[in-house]
Design a binder for this molecule. Structure first.
Ligand code: NOJ
Length: 572
């Protein structure tokens, strides 16, 4: 097949996509749905499960393999659903269990796997067991399900240790006893309303095995495990040392990786071995994926040993600068670390906790901000989008699994001028209004440019306002429009499958400074992260992150996919 024929048969390539087999856990492109911002069916301005069901065909058309849904469980929504009050029910804001089943059926009918979010480190303070714990006495079985401790100081007036919440402020809150006097403290690594479970307690372990069974029996294909590195704390809950705290600090140029006695304890792996054993009693293609912000890829690989999870998010990749040397080093380290345990590597550029890569890459290099406010330095949108497209084409050419965050296929930036009064991320108030937090990347999606609320839902209500730039970027403005970001994603996903890039392996080719050049199967991939154009590598141009008039030059901030060799009919 020649390049011309390959391009001509693009429609067939995309039409002929098969449902992924058991190996999907090594190769899938997983699309993250953030339910409250994906699509709204009832006009309350908050996305919901019927909204997702309605829009699923658009995702199938995009060419992804699986969806991962952020939490939709019963919750007071203090941390947008990562504060679960009932692990076995759907919050009315998102619909009902029947709506979930309908969504699952539709997704499966379209050949899409469905991963749900599991939040095992903490519950909501409105969970029945936490209410019981508050009502019970210190030392009771009810309190043993959570992390209650006496305070330090003469009258227990000081928190049990110096741990801080990831959302800023202390990680301990003092309770009030029935007689109105101050009581014990409970631990919450996140918001006050997110008490940590006690994973030393067998009852908690049994309860979560049952929650897993509940969703597996309903037919889900697996779980994304929230803060997977936090469940077990160091014995005695020692203070976090100054050096650990410094390394754990969000302003740290090394990134957001967690260090200290509450993170990445060796015994946490017992939990995942038990979960894996349970999953293996179901059909052999269910998945566990760890969200673990641990400071090295070698530590991360421990979560994907062959009797634990199947995948772990590669946040080192998300954190890397748009810089060839840095990217190459992270790619090499990721592949090596995962190969030692026989696990696939994953890649990710955006999610609901970080500034979208279009906005991030439009800022000068440096530490990743936790949200961008109107008075902050604003990203250069044009540059950010150009680099984001180039970064995406590089990511989708790498072997393993790739995670996409809803809206990145439209090239959406963050809302960087959101009115501070509208912010809902607890980080905003817990940081004493110094860190914007994550609302900017969670804005409702634009579907149809001319509809109210850009087609997010009937009536036009949106729980956060959409920036004006979103109209231009609405899905209907990009679908089947040559050169649009949406079409770039569709084409790349189709070629990724057609050329089996996900199951391939990479070899580096010599390249100019600032350029990454690698070979994966029949394709040569070149990404120019520098500021000057360089000569185009050999090969026939298959696709490019920007339109190219001159095929002899690879411009700055551009990635290309080239056919290394033209293969003949008998091989096609
Ligand atoms: C990680 C989730 O991705 C984030 O959104 C959440 O706030 C924390 N875990 C706490 O559950």
């Amino acid at each position: 097949m020649t390049l011309e024929e390959t391009t001509m048969t693009f429609t067939e390539l995309t039409a002929d996509l098969e449902t992924p087999g058991p190996d999907w856990r090594r190769t899938a492109v997983v699309y993250q749905i953030y339910p409250r911002s994906f699509a709204d069916s009832n006009g309350d301005g908050i996305g919901d499960l019927p909204g997702i069901t309605h829009r699923l065909p658009a995702l199938a058309q995009l060419g992804i393999d699986a969806i991962w849904l952020s939490p939709f469980y019963k919750s007071p929504q203090v941390d947008a659903g990562y504060d679960v009050a009932d692990y076995r029910d759907v919050d009315p804001v998102f619909g009902t269990l029947a709506d979930f089943d309908a969504m699952l059926d539709k997704a499966h009918g379209l050949g899409l796997k469905v991963i749900v979010d599991l939040v095992p480190n903490h519950s909501s303070d409105e969970h029945e067991w936490f209410r019981q714990a508050l009502a019970a006495a210190p030392g009771s079985l009810e309190r043993e399900r959570y992390m209650f401790r006496d305070g330090r100081g003469e009258n227990g007036e000081l928190p049990p240790n110096n741990w801080e919440s990831c959302f800023r402020g202390p990680a301990w809150t003092r309770t009030t006893d029935a007689d109105g006097t101050p009581g014990q403290w409970y631990l919450h690594l996140f918001d006050t309303k997110q008490p940590d479970w006690n994973w030393e307690n067998p009852e908690v372990r049994a309860e979560f095995l049952d929650v897993l069974r509940f969703w597996l029996d309903r037919g889900v294909d697996g779980f994304r495990v929230d803060v997977a590195h936090a469940l077990i704390k160091a014995p005695g809950l020692p203070d976090q040392q100054a050096a650990e705290k410094a390394a754990d600090d969000a302003g740290n140029p090394e990134g957001f990786f967690n260090v200290g006695p509450m993170w990445d304890q060796d015994r946490v792996h017992e939990v995942y071995r038990e979960w894996r054993a349970l999953l293996d009693t179901y059909s052999p293609d269910r998945i566990l994926c760890a969200e673990a912000w641990v400071p090295s890829l070698d530590r991360l690989a421990r979560y994907v040993r062959d009797d634990e999870m199947h995948q772990a998010f590669n946040f080192d990749y998300l954190e890397s600068e748009w810089d060839a040397a840095h990217l190459r080093s992270v790619i090499d380290k990721s592949v090596t670390a995962n190969e030692t345990v026989g696990a696939p590597t994953t890649w990710v550029l955006s999610n609901h906790d970080v500034v979208r890569h279009v906005s991030r890459l439009g800022l000068p290099a440096g530490p990743r901000p936790n949200g961008i406010r109107a008075d902050d330095l604003q990203p250069d949108h044009e540059l950010g989008l150009r680099r984001a497209r180039a970064a995406t084409l590089l990511m989708l050419a790498l072997p393993g699994s790739a995670y996409m965050y809803q809206g990145e296929e439209l090239g959406l930036p963050d809302h960087t001028a959101l009115d501070d009064d509208l912010r809902q991320d607890p980080t905003w108030w817990r940081s004493q209004y110094t860190e914007a937090g994550r609302d900017g990347c969670r804005v409702p999606l634009p579907w149809e440019a001319d509809e109210p609320g850009l087609g997010f839902g009937p009536g036009g209500a949106t729980w956060l306002p959409q920036p004006t730039a979103y109209a231009e970027l609405a899905r209907d403005r990009q679908l089947e429009v040559e050169g649009s970001t949406l079409e770039m994603y569709r084409t790349a996903l189709a070629f990724r499958r057609a050329f089996a890039l996900a199951v391939g392996s990479i070899e580096w080719a010599p390249a100019a400074t600032g350029v990454l050049q690698l070979v994966n199967g029949e394709l040569t991939i070149a990404a120019n992260t520098g500021s000057e154009p360089v000569p185009m590598p050999d090969g026939e141009l298959l696709m490019s992150s920007v339109e190219l008039d001159d095929h002899s030059v690879l411009p700055a901030d551009t990635t290309v996919w080239l056919l290394t060799e033209v293969f003949n009919e008998s091989q096609s």
